[in-house]
Design a binder for this molecule. Structure first.
Ligand code: SF4
Ligand code: SF4
Ligand code: SF4
Length: 241
């Protein structure tokens, strides 16, 4: 259940609708009017002069309510649940989704997906020698989709890619706890991103973006701090949920 929020600036600390509740009540259009302009990129935007513009998942933080439908949609497509080796259609474990919604207190929700960086610090950190034929390390960029993939047969489970992502970019890459092999790289769902399709609030879009976009490649905590400052006039995000 959503908690009540102290309204900033009110001497009695009067209670009011949380931002999430407000957005849900108003619907997408209302949220857009009030909180428009907080687009950010957690996808690739490497279209500086001469480089191709690529279609990526774009997040409008002003519209996100933290409902986590995107996590369910992503996991059902990319990590479907199975029983006795049989996939259960439409079901997945959101814990393994490639998009992760980080929630903060005060109410700020930051969906985070692979930034598919042009300079791929994760791929560079991989110690596995490039294959003579394909030129691929155990972590590589697929040249057709530009998404980042792992070759589990060659992967050492050293976690270097996840470390590079965490220290230099979004920190989305997560090593499997048992094998150390990287997970959570966005697949773009073969060109039909399910998170975008299923987001009930229109907070995600699949569009061509540029890497000079605000928030590009930043960690959720940093984005949340800036949004909290703008929306609530506080930088205190002590209540990370
Ligand atoms: S489905 Fe949309 S509104 Fe819900 S958490 Fe994901 S991005 Fe935010
Ligand atoms: S965990 Fe695997 S993919 Fe990642 S850096 Fe190590 S060997 Fe490469
Ligand atoms: S585009 Fe597909 S793989 Fe990427 S975060 Fe969205 S649902 Fe997950």
């Amino acid at each position: 259940m959503e908690r009540e929020k102290k309204e900033p600036g009110k001497p009695d600390g009067g209670t009011t609708l949380t931002r999430r509740e407000f957005l849900r009540d108003m619907g997408v259009a209302g949220g857009a009017v009030v909180l428009a302009g907080h687009f950010g990129v957690h996808g690739l935007a490497w279209a500086i002069s001469g480089e191709p513009e690529l279609k990526m998942v774009l997040v409008d933080y002003g519209k996100c309510t933290g409902c986590r439908t995107c996590e369910a949609a992503c996991s059902s497509r990319n990590r479907p649940a199975s029983v006795n080796g049989r996939e259960l259609p439409g079901l997945g474990n959101p814990r393994f989704a490639n998009i992760r919604v980080h929630r903060f207190n005060p109410d700020v929700d930051v969906p985070s997906v692979c930034a598919m960086c042009a300079d791929t610090p994760c791929v560079k950190a991989c110690p596995v020698k490039p294959d003579k034929k394909s030129g691929r390390r155990a972590l590589y960029r697929d040249q057709a989709t530009h998404t980042i993939h792992n070759d589990p047969a060659r992967c050492l489970g050293c976690r270097s890619c996840a470390k590079a992502c965490a220290t230099q970019r979004t920190g989305v890459i997560t090593p499997d706890s048992a094998t150390g092999k990287p997970e959570r790289m966005c697949t773009l769902c073969g060109g039909d991103p399910q998170c975008v399709r299923r987001c009930p609030f229109g907070a995600l879009s699949y569009v061509e973006v540029r890497r000079d976009r605000k928030f590009y490649g930043q960690r959720a905590e940093k984005i949340a701090a800036e949004l909290a400052k703008t929306w609530y006039g506080t930088v205190d995000l002590g209540g990370v949920k």
